[in-house]
Design a binder for this molecule. Structure first.
Ligand SMILES: [Zn+2]
Length: 364
């Protein structure tokens, strides 16, 4: 198994196409064709983590945060980032970062937090737009079922909890093949009027290459007529943050204590407690002040996130409780989730959870 094979499994979980634009996800260091000896999973790739990878004979580090974020202009070992990169290269260790691709995945960072808090009826808090596309194609009536089935098998036609969704309308297609044509139905130089079906399906944008490949492979015509359009729709599968409901409503203070214990954190900084029970909880792992308006609009009683500044707490405006549980703490369960996920997919070498606590923030 090579590095790319491991990446393909991670891509199935969290396609990199849905990472945020500012981010730097993917294979940051190393050769995608290198044979893998072992995988070490960490939140942050520090020098001590690279040392751990060497010691445990893992030549691929799967890191949540990207060690190279703003770009590198020099590689002389003056900063911890440069030293990590130099050490990884010297020791043939590849580094892959998944970061906001996993933040935006429906089974990713925020779903893990919801599960840790036992929340039900989970929904994405800020769904992405511009990530769903629609294909319309025209196919002879007799070939429509086979083409539809092939497009479904390629991942098309999935909407929420429904699969195999399509719309089909019958009509007449016309074409006239030129001298260089070789029509499957009809003769070149003669106008052909054919009973056709227009098939419409939607698909997630990262599937476009496989959808097109399937279309061209399965459609019988020499020239395939089709249109692909980008849709503005909210994507129910992709987006950052999540909202869910507690099994039973809780008093505010008891709820904060519950969150502190479930999220294994030393400290919860929070805004004013409100005199109403907590039922709906919004979560956003990592820096989440940008999600305060969305959490309020969604009717959440409380937002669990991290990296809130002094002035952010004022914006609670007595309509929501803001709870800052710490950046590392909010994302810490992501590590063991990735180990479990990869261990189920890969059995020919070890997937190891790094023993290094990379949290740079200490508490008295
Ligand atoms: Zn983070």
């Amino acid at each position: 198994m090579i590095v790319q094979d491991v990446i393909n499994h991670l891509h199935d979980l969290a396609p990199l196409a849905y990472a945020e634009d500012f981010d730097n996800v993917g294979l940051l260091v190393g050769d995608k064709n290198q044979k893998v000896t072992g995988v070490l999973v960490t939140l942050d790739t520090l020098e001590v983590v690279v040392d751990e990878a060497i010691e445990k004979e893992c030549n691929l580090i799967v890191s949540f945060h990207p060690i190279i974020f703003k770009g590198l202009k020099k590689l002389n070992g003056k900063t911890y980032v440069e030293r990590v990169v130099i050490k990884a290269i010297k020791n043939d260790i590849a580094i892959f970062s998944i970061h906001t691709a996993l933040d935006n995945a429906i089974n990713g960072v925020n779903s893990i937090i919801c599960d840790q808090l036992g929340l039900k009826n989970k929904e994405i808090l800020i769904p992405q737009t511009d990530t769903i596309k629609k294909l319309q194609t025209y196919v002879p009536k007799a070939n429509a079922p086979e083409l539809r089935q092939a497009l479904f098998a390629a991942g098309g036609g999935s909407i929420g909890n429904y699969e195999s969704c399509s719309f089909n309308s019958e009509g007449e297609g016309t074409y006239l093949g030129t001298e260089d044509s070789n029509p499957v139905i009809g003769k070149k130089g003669e106008l052909q009027i054919e009973k056709e079906v227009a098939i419409s399906i939607t698909f997630q944008k990262h599937l476009e290459p496989i959808i097109l490949n399937t279309l061209f492979k399965t459609h019988p015509y020499e020239e395939v007529a089709y249109e692909i359009v980008a849709l503005d729709n909210n994507n129910q599968h992709i987006g950052i943050g999540m909202i869910g409901e507690l099994q039973e409503e809780m008093e505010a203070e008891a709820c904060l204590k519950f969150i502190k214990s479930q999220m294994n954190t030393h400290c919860v900084r929070h805004s004013n407690l409100l005199n109403k029970p907590i039922k709906r909880i919004a979560v956003l792992g990592g820096s989440g002040s940008f999600a305060i308006p969305a959490a309020k609009a969604s009717g959440a009683d409380l937002l669990v996130t991290a990296d809130l500044k002094y002035h952010d707490f004022f914006s609670a405006e007595n309509s929501i409780i803001l709870a800052d549980i710490g950046h590392y703490e909010s994302e810490q369960f992501t590590k063991s989730f990735l180990v479990d996920y990869l261990s189920k997919k890969i059995t020919n070498f070890a997937i190891i959870l790094s023993k290094t606590n990379t949290n740079p923030v200490k508490y008295l």
